[in-house]
Design a protein around this ligand. Structure first.
Ligand SMILES: NC(=O)c1ccc[n+]([C@@H]2O[C@H](COP(=O)([O-])OP(=O)(O)OC[C@H]3O[C@@H](n4cnc5c(N)ncnc54)[C@H](OP(=O)(O)O)[C@@H]3O)[C@@H](O)[C@H]2O)c1
Length: 321
């Protein structure tokens, strides 16, 4: 089925960082029949309510950006919740889609599905070729099950259900809380706060040597749109830029954009983490999609968003966590 501007599209997790960017891009392209529910209105871990909702609405496309998401600490503290909630959310949605003949499903996961020691860049075929990073295996195992559920439905019922695995994301509506944020928004916050306090020194973890890849969340949303509008051949695609940089270079870029002129101290007593994590993005490139927002431009835009929203972070956090 090809999408029309009247197709009914259900965006699960529309208030999250990813879901809100997806909602924004579909709205901007003139899709008129978008539906969504907060977790309070529809708890997707509830199988019956989820099935009733999908049966009642009968959407043409479901985008699964709803998930229990969190950092290493949360994964370690709540392994049962991370495993079960994610399995339930995706199982309920994907099975309800199949039962109701929903034409297309786009399921979102993350690069943590790949083995800890897989060679770089990470290709889709490395899935299940080695052990996972133990700190987030609960989350990763759930996501792998979701990929396999979509793949099984493709294989057995010829369903057009696909999985997109984004690299590290950043951008609008990111989490800037220093306790729980990822490296890029944490650096924006640290450099900004230090600049405001008279360019005091900024201490960053590790040596700065690890290499990481970053994708703007609007680019990810654009890839979701592309995957929704086109019939892709495979069931699993990485989404990234295919380019990485050292954490040191990233820090220099952010310091420059923020305008902090103080000292940067690297605390090498703190762990560096995985030396490199880069996605191979050729599979999706062959289908005709690639990213468009360069890192420097994306960080400048994100810093502007941060400045515009710094006064209502409490509210922002409540709406997307
Ligand atoms: N952010 C990243 O850096 C990143 C990177 C790679 C991949 N991803 C992937 O993208 C997806 C979304 O991530 P995100 O960063 O956008 O997460 P997020 O900001 O935490 O948003 C998650 C959304 O899921 C919804 N949700 C959670 N539990 C639910 C439930 N039981 N019932 C209904 N809705 C529920 C929440 O709805 P309410 O707001 O209504 O409570 C929330 O809007 C995940 O699969 C994640 O793996 C994210």
């Amino acid at each position: 089925m090809s999408l029309s501007k009247n197709s009914k599209i259900y965006i699960a997790g529309h208030r999250g960082m990813v879901g809100s960017a997806v909602l924004e891009i579909f709205e901007s392209k003139g899709y008129r029949n978008l539906i969504y529910q907060t977790s309070k209105e529809l708890d997707l871990t509830d199988q019956k309510k989820t099935l009733d909702f999908i049966s009642g609405e009968s959407p043409d496309l479901i985008i699964i950006a709803a998930a229990r998401v969190g950092g290493i600490m949360a994964n370690n503290l709540y392994p049962y919740k991370f495993l079960l909630d994610n399995l339930q959310i995706q199982n309920n949605l994907i099975s309800a889609a199949h039962i109701n003949n929903v034409s297309k499903v786009v399921f979102l996961g993350s690069s943590c599905i790949y083995p800890k020691l897989a060679s770089q860049p990470l290709k889709e075929e490395y899935l299940l070729t080695g052990s996972l990073e133990p700190t987030n295996e609960w989350y990763a195992i759930a996501k792998i099950a979701g990929i396999k559920l979509c793949e099984a439905l493709r294989k057995e019922y010829n369903r057009n259900y696909i999985s997109l695995m984004p690299t590290n994301l950043y951008g609008t509506r990111d989490n800037f809380d220093l306790e729980t944020s990822h490296v890029l928004p944490a650096m924006i916050r640290k450099f900004h706060d230090a600049k405001e306090s008279g360019n005091t020194p900024v201490t960053l973890w590790g040596t700065g040597k690890p290499m990481r890849e970053f994708l703007h969340v609007s680019d990810l949303a654009d890839s979701v749109l592309y995957a929704s509008e086109n019939d892709l051949q495979e069931s699993l695609y990485n989404v990234g830029t295919g380019k990485d940089l050292t954490i040191l270079k990233l820090a220099e870029m952010i310091q420059n954009i923020v305008g902090h002129t103080g000292e940067v101290i690297w605390d090498s007593s703190k762990p560096d983490g995985t030396p490199r994590k880069l996605m191979d993005v050729n599979r999706l490139a062959k289908e005709g999609w690639s990213y468009s927002i360069e890192l420097e431009e994306g960080i400048s835009e994100t810093y502007q968003w941060f400045l515009d929203n710094i006064d209502n972070f409490k509210e922002v956090k409540l709406t997307h966590k």
